[in-house]
Design a protein around this ligand. Structure first.
Ligand code: SAH
Length: 251
């Protein structure tokens, strides 16, 4: 028997909810959900996961793109302070892992500044869930010695990776692009200009680990016209992805 401590009064927990399937939560995350007084979920957190919280918990969605008035990061900070200083235990629930493209730095700095006790609970990041779905190792002894988790910059409506990247992309790398946007033409051009061959395979996965998951396999050259399905979408690009797709049985 393992004993997992309950959520403590006045504490904040930055918890990773994983990619969507409740079975992919950690035991720690599930127990905190069950015992916390207040839950502040991002919009990517599934209803099935929220259903694991206590029936008496106060759930305040703080997603920033639900079509409701946008809550600001400062607004989220205020909620963390208000509820923890009232003596509630607070779970700040983020999709995937809280420390991967989760804007956790601001929240950690705020919690430290206000001397609010906190704990970070890792979760399965989308890249790892997608790799499992595709049965694709992200690293490979002969084809992919590096794994790059990246996001593109959305500047002036154009999507670009290169502002954050000086020089060519390394060879033998798997590149995972979070929040790839919808304008793949600029992204593909950018990657090809950085030295990635246009024939490099690219797999887009929409709504991974949910019943509506969609997988679309293409190449960089044809990514611009790919129909990848609704958000959230993640892109996996690289020779190790090639190895997997070429081994898939036909039919
Ligand atoms: N902290 C999260 C990432 C948040 S950024 C994590 O570790 O997974 C949000 C981006 O993550 C989305 O735009 C998408 O690129 C990716 N993502 C998250 N969940 C996903 C899912 N179920 N399927 C596909 N992509 C997902």
């Amino acid at each position: 028997m393992i004993s997992i401590p309950d959520a403590e009064a006045g504490h904040v927990y930055l918890v990773g909810a994983g990619p969507g399937d409740p079975a992919l939560l950690t035991l720690r995350a599930a127990h905190l959900l069950k015992t916390a007084d207040v839950i502040l979920p991002d919009d990517l957190v599934s209803d099935e996961i929220l259903a694991l919280s206590s029936p008496t918990a106060l759930i305040i969605p703080v997603g920033k793109r639900c079509g409701q008035p946008r809550i600001t990061q400062a607004g989220i900070h205020e909620l963390l302070l208000e509820h923890s200083s009232n003596g509630s235990s607070v779970v700040r629930l983020k999709s995937g892992d809280p420390l991967v493209f989760g804007r956790a730095a601001e929240e950690i700095a705020f919690l430290r500044e206000h001397a609010i006790p906190f704990e970070i609970v890792p979760g399965i990041t989308a890249a790892f869930a997608v790799a499992a779905t595709l049965e694709t190792p992200l690293t490979d002894r002969t084809r992919a010695s590096k794994l790059i988790l990246a996001t593109a910059h959305h500047a002036a409506g154009k999507l670009s990776l290169t502002p954050s990247w000086s020089g060519a992309f390394p060879n033998e790398a798997t590149l995972v692009i979070y929040m790839p946007g919808r304008h793949f033409e600029a992204l593909a051009q950018d990657l090809i200009a950085s030295g990635i061959p246009p024939t490099t395979p690219c797999t887009a996965v929409s709504k991974a680990s949910t019943p509506n998951e969609r997988i679309h396999t293409t190449t960089l050259a044809t990514l611009a016209s790919a129909d990848v399905g609704p958000a959230p979408v993640i892109l996996l690009i690289g020779p190790a992805i090639a190895q997997q797709t070429s081994q898939q049985p036909a039919g």
